[in-house]
Ligand binder design. Structure first.
Ligand SMILES: Cc1cc2nc3c(=O)[nH]c(=O)nc-3n(C[C@H](O)[C@H](O)[C@H](O)COP(=O)(O)O)c2cc1C
Length: 251
């Protein structure tokens, strides 16, 4: 039986996100073994505390998509210009709009961490922007993301970057349903990862890395995947000093 988030909240007194929700849905029947393993790992993690998010959409999804696409294209240009100088890249996905525990955000939680890493390491950056923008509303975004995951979709993204010049790639993403957002796999599968050092980092709402380090090890064939960094989205958004300390300690 599929419980809505509100029903789940009422029943449990706590808003349990993605992985725990997955265990309550019929979609488990079509899960891969890998996803089931991730769920088991995720379920062991602490559930998220309840948080009512506020909806105040000041930028339409279309405008948001257009501006991030433009920013991405600038990032691509900038990365191309400086590729000779930097040996590391911060590759990340982050979603703005309504998000868990932080209300409506103009800068995504993972983007905040990605910028800290890029600044500290002098890396180039590339933001993975989906060609089809995800809904700004949290529940709507969750529904789209879950449908994509269950269908094993590989959504298109805007622009691209040649990763061959980079030895180390910091790979950053929000945990979505106990996994990486599906468009991350689109990118990974379109590039050659052999010989790369991958350093995964995520933001989340209680699931931690949720098995994504081993997912990346499988997906990024030939790469060495290092220890992951997980930071709560609320910490990234609201406690920058704490987040920076976690980043510094991990680097
Ligand atoms: C579609 C969707 C699915 C999510 N699934 C999970 C989850 O399974 N586990 C978890 O801890 N947090 C989950 N979250 C919360 C995000 O991981 C968390 O808010 C993260 O910090 C968002 O980062 P961003 O602002 O960079 O997108 C989910 C959020 C969304 C929008």
């Amino acid at each position: 039986m599929l419980l809505s988030r509100r029903e789940l909240l009422k029943k449990s007194g706590a808003l349990v996100l993605g992985p725990a929700l997955l265990s309550l849905t019929a979609c488990g029947e079509s899960r891969s073994e890998q996803n089931a393993q991730q769920e088991a790992q995720s379920s062991a993690n602490q559930a998220s505390s309840p948080a009512d998010t506020e909806t105040s959409s000041s930028v339409s999804a279309t405008e948001n998509s257009a501006s991030t696409a433009e920013a991405n294209s600038k990032a691509t240009d900038s990365a191309a210009q400086t590729a000779a100088a930097a040996s590391s890249l911060v590759l990340y996905f982050s979603h703005t709009g309504e998000n868990y525990g932080v209300g409506y955000i103009e800068e995504g939680n993972t983007a905040i961490i990605a910028k800290m890493i890029a600044e500290k390491t002098g890396s180039d950056s590339f933001e993975l922007v989906p060609a089809q923008a995800y809904p700004e509303g949290y529940d709507e975004c969750c529904d789209v993301a879950l449908a994509e995951k269950n269908a094993g979709e590989r959504p298109a993204y805007v622009g691209d970057i040649d990763i061959s010049p980079y030895e180390t790639i910091y790979v950053g993403y929000p945990i979505w349903w106990g996994d990486l957002p599906m468009c991350f796999y689109t990118f990974i599968e379109a590039h050659d990862w052999s010989g790369k050092t991958v350093r995964p980092f995520c933001t989340h709402a209680g699931s931690g890395l949720s098995g994504t380090v081993s997912s990346l090890q499988t997906a990024c064939a030939g790469a060495t995947v290092g220890e992951g960094l997980s930071i709560a989205g609320t910490t990234a958004q609201n406690s920058r000093d704490e987040a920076q300390a976690a980043v510094d300690g991990w680097l």
